[in-house]
Write a protein that binds this ligand. Structure first.
Ligand code: NAP
Length: 316
């Protein structure tokens, strides 16, 4: 591969969110004072939002040099997406599970049918990338439950559990790990807000000649869920317990916060994770040998211990 003479412009969708934020960080980390590999177009619906402004404030020098820009765009609006992708060499794409809405509003998903809005977003994003002649398109996605479970579960949802989200701090200061999955289950570990960025940057760096059409599962070695507290307490010297929430309680919480249309899907997702074959990775969808991330990209997922060191967990 010949190194590019000009920085390659990457449009990053979801740049103000967990995944995209990590992608921006990892792309910019590839730049050095002598060699700027990537310029980032950070996509947001609202460049004035606190999240968007916080992103800019994190990289003041990069903004001054013009290698990080906020771009206003909405993936449900094909024309604005095309404007955003115009002239970009690469796109990091991710869709959003919330219904299309203005930032700050909170429309609920009432029916399973409502979940299909992500397909429209995906179609717009792919069509805009094709129209703009984007050279390298990296899409963050998940394996389908129906296929992985051999039809046992029919959820529209794609499986991935963000384990860090299930860490809460009780009022007495004890950290509680509460995923609605039995503690003796060993599950695929990932910190999406960190690891997805590392992998995306590693895919963009050699370019499509090396990584086109490849699928890289972003997962670390499996970890028993009940082991979370002991590792956590060792690293942070703070008390922690494993105290799973019930599936019913979890379903009700999701229905309340995201919408009723999500409840059955999220249930099936958790039920599948509890019984997914231990010998397979990526939520039962891949054989271990199919993961070529280390050999081909030289990257691995950061460990649970590293997440504990990185995480800011001081809130309740
Ligand atoms: N993180 C995980 O492990 C995980 C687990 C399961 C599923 N997922 C899926 O992955 C998606 C992304 O995850 P995340 O944790 O990074 O999400 P997040 O932190 O909630 O961020 C969502 C991002 O999407 C952007 N966005 C929302 N609607 C948009 C629109 N119409 N046009 C353009 N941008 C839009 C938001 O930007 P602005 O608000 O600035 O416009 C924000 O940057 C989730 O919604 C979910 O579907 C993630």
């Amino acid at each position: 591969m010949t190194a590019p003479t000009q920085p390659r412009t990457i449009a990053v969708l979801g740049a103000t969110g967990n995944q995209g934020n990590g992608v921006v960080r990892a792309l910019l980390a590839k730049n050095s004072p002598d060699k700027v590999l990537f310029s980032v177009r950070a996509v947001t619906r609202d460049p004035d939002s606190p999240q968007a402004q916080r992103l800019l404030a994190t990289y003041p020098e990069v903004c001054t040099s013009g290698h990080l820009q906020l771009v206003a765009s909405d993936v449900y609006d094909r024309a604005s997406t095309e404007r955003t992708f115009s002239g970009a060499w690469g796109v990091f794409a991710v869709t959003n599970n919330r219904l299309p809405s203005f930032p700050g509003s909170n429309r609920m998903i009432e029916t399973e049918e409502d979940l299909k809005h992500e397909l429209s977003a995906g179609e717009n994003i792919v069509a805009a990338a094709k129209e703009c002649g984007v050279r390298h398109f990296v899409f963050s996605s998940l394996p389908g439950i129906a296929e992985a479970s051999g039809g046992r579960f029919q959820s529209l949802f794609y499986t991935n559990v963000q384990w860090p989200q299930y860490c809460r701090r009780n009022k007495d200061g004890v950290f509680r790990f509460c995923p609605p999955v039995p503690g003796d289950k060993a599950a695929d570990w990932v910190d999406p807000s960190y690891d997805i960025g590392v992998y995306a940057a590693a895919v963009f760096t050699p370019g499509p000649e090396r990584t086109a059409s490849e699928i890289y599962p972003i997962l670390g070695p499996k970890i028993r869920l009940a082991d979370f507290p002991a590792i956590f307490s060792t690293v942070r010297s703070q008390p922690a317990v494993f105290d799973p929430i019930t599936l019913d309680d979890w379903g009700a919480t999701v229905a309340r916060t995201v919408g009723k249309g999500y409840e059955e899907d999220i249930r099936q997702m958790m039920e599948w994770i509890a019984v997914a074959p231990d010998g397979k990775i990526c939520y039962g969808s891949m054989e271990t040998w199919e993961d070529r991330s280390w050999e081909e990209l030289g990257v691995r997922v950061s460990t649970f211990e590293e997440w504990v060191e990185r995480a800011r967990l001081d809130g309740p």
